[in-house]
Structure formats: C-alpha cells, structure tokens
Ligand binder design. Sequence first.
Ligand SMILES: NC(=O)c1ccc[n+]([C@@H]2O[C@H](COP(=O)([O-])OP(=O)(O)OC[C@H]3O[C@@H](n4cnc5c(N)ncnc54)[C@H](O)[C@@H]3O)[C@@H](O)[C@H]2O)c1
Length: 343
Amino acid sequence: MAKQYGALLVGAGGMGKAWAKNLTAHADRVKVLGWVDIREGAAAQAADEHELNGIHTGSDFGKALAETRPDFVVDVTIPEAHRDVTLQALAAGVPVLGEKPMAHSMDAAREMVAAAEKAGLLYMVSQSRRYDPRLHALRQLIEDRVGPPGILNSDFYLGPHFGGFREEMESVLLLDMAIHTLDAARFLCGATADPVSVYCDEFNPPWSWYKGAASAVAIYEMTGGLRYTYRGSWCAEGRMTSWEAEWRAVGPNGTATWDGTGAAPVADVVTERGGFFPGCQTFPADVDETMPRGIAGSLLDFLNALETGSTPMGECHDNVKSLAMVFAAIESSRAGQRVRVEF
Ligand SMILES: NC(=O)c1ccc[n+]([C@@H]2O[C@H](COP(=O)([O-])OP(=O)(O)OC[C@H]3O[C@@H](n4cnc5c(N)ncnc54)[C@H](O)[C@@H]3O)[C@@H](O)[C@H]2O)c1
C-alpha cells in the first residue's frame, strides 16, 4: 500500500480552500495535519467548514511546522509571501508544493531555487493548467506529426470582471494570468527549447476597466530560433477564447491547431508537395481523458516524485523559466526594446 503523506496547508483564501478539498479528496495518499493563515482565526474557521476536525490550526507557521512535523507543505499564500514560506519550510527540512506564480520577483525566485538545492529537497510549483490532457495531446501531435515547430502562436481574449485587487494591480494580465499560457508554450516547444529573448508591448485599451495593463503582445525567441507570439487581453468582451488560449504550431511537416476548448487538437500533415498548395491529410489528436486534471494532477505528480524521486512538471528549476518569461516581457515593455530572458 502507498504511504500516506502528512500535509501542512498554508493560506486559507479562495485557492487554499480548493486545495483543502483536493487534499481531502486524496485521503488514501494524504492526511491534512494542519492549516495556517496569518489572519487570526481564518484557518480554524476554514478547517471547520471543511470538517477537518482536530487538526492543528493557527497563524504561526514556525509553530505549526514544529508541532505537525509534516512530510510536505502546500503553500497557497499570496505571491508576495511565497518566498518566506518556502524558505522556512525548506530550512526545516520539509519539501514544498507551492501555488503559482513562484514569486513576486526573479530575485526571490532565484533565492527559492537555491534554497531547494541547498536543502536537497523538492520544491515544485503547481502550474495547474499543465495538467490538461488536451494540451498533452497537442504536444504529442506536434512531436509525432508536425515536427519541431518553428512557429508557435497563442491567442487569449477574455473579458472577466473580477472586481477586487486585480482591477488595481500593475501588469495584471502578464503577472496574474499569462504565466499559465507562457508555461504551456514552453511545454509545447519541447523539453530542449528555452526562452532566449522577448519583445513585448503591454497596453491598456481605452475602454479597459482595469487600472494596469490588461492587454499585451509579445514575441519570444526560443532556443533553435522558434518564434512564439503571445497575444492576450483581459478586457476583450465577446467572441472569447477559452482560459487555455487558442493555439497554432507550424513545423516542417504541417500545422497543428487547438482552439483551447473541449474539442481535440488536429494537425494537417503534408502528403503531396509540388502544387501551389500541398496536399494534406488531417489527423486528430489522441486525448487521454483519464489523465488527472488541474490541481489534482499536480498533487499526484508531486506525491509520485516524493515516492519515486522522479522530476515532476513544475519542479522549480524548470518552472523558474516560465516566470522569467513573464518578468522579461514586463521589462521589455517598460524599456521599449527587445531583452534577454534571464533565469
Ligand atoms: N492555479 C490556479 O488556477 C490559481 C487560481 C487562483 C489562485 N491561484 C494562486 O493561489 C495563491 C492564493 O490565491 P487566493 O486566490 O487564494 O488568494 P487569497 O488572497 O484569497 O488568499 C491568500 C491567503 O493567504 C494568507 N496569507 C498571506 N500571507 C500569508 C503568510 N505569510 N502566511 C500564511 N498565510 C498568509 C492570506 O491571509 C489569505 O487568506 C496565489 O498565488 C494565486 O496566484 C492559482
């Protein structure tokens, strides 16, 4: 029988509660030992709501670590707190599964990666949108049918009215959302393609209800010369794309597309050359509907890594490259020029 791992949950906001449900839904593999939030009483109230009776609750993370002695910490605090929570857990000898984005700055992210190395422990970022069988099917279709892509495009156009902090923050689209799409782009480019440079223009259309830039256009160069273009907006009402974005990958043998919805990705593969346009055959992707999705997928990936020593998606050395794409895009837009993506 697989080991049951003890978890300490940090952060009792909206996403912390989603994680409590996720952890309790995997009770055969995980036991929630404690829940902490800096807001006095918030963790105890959330534990009550989720019928997590008798677990440690409080506002002091150090005390909770010492009292519960967990096998891992789940960090679902705000991005500005991710560094401190992660460093404290790793220093206490505890692996961390943390929410995206890894950190609020590249300096903080580099410190966290170094701390994981020093401790010799796993620090993984839960980049939940990677756990989508359609995205995996698109990657496989590119690899099997299209060949190494030289062109990759994504379009992300939604008009959500969140209210609250998002409507006040700077670079809202790039900082709060684009990390998912940029991370998916890295995944589609294949294991050996890293971001090299970016030219980005962030802007806020006149009708935007956000204070910060809610739209951006960016051109990334990846190793091998692939160009990835990101176009996105969070103030685009009507004819919306899905949250997964709309994708096109072009390679030596043809083109694969996915509209980001429930429909399977498809590829047109060249079968006959010589005419004005080539003859093509269309291949749908094979979608593995049994694959665990979202944060259930990242939890199982993390537990499997603890058990077997495998490297999960979102391991910090890999995930920091997606974060670097976000910060380089913001830097490029402010400088008005192409910049290198440093990680
Ligand atoms: N993967 C996804 O699709 C997805 C969706 C939503 C949110 N998130 C991420 O989850 C994280 C949390 O988001 P949220 O919407 O729950 O935010 P939230 O503001 O609702 O909750 C954050 C909680 O963390 C607590 N907190 C802050 N600093 C703390 C600290 N040092 N120690 C303990 N508790 C602390 C706050 O009091 C608050 O209760 C963010 O990083 C966010 O980007 C991911």
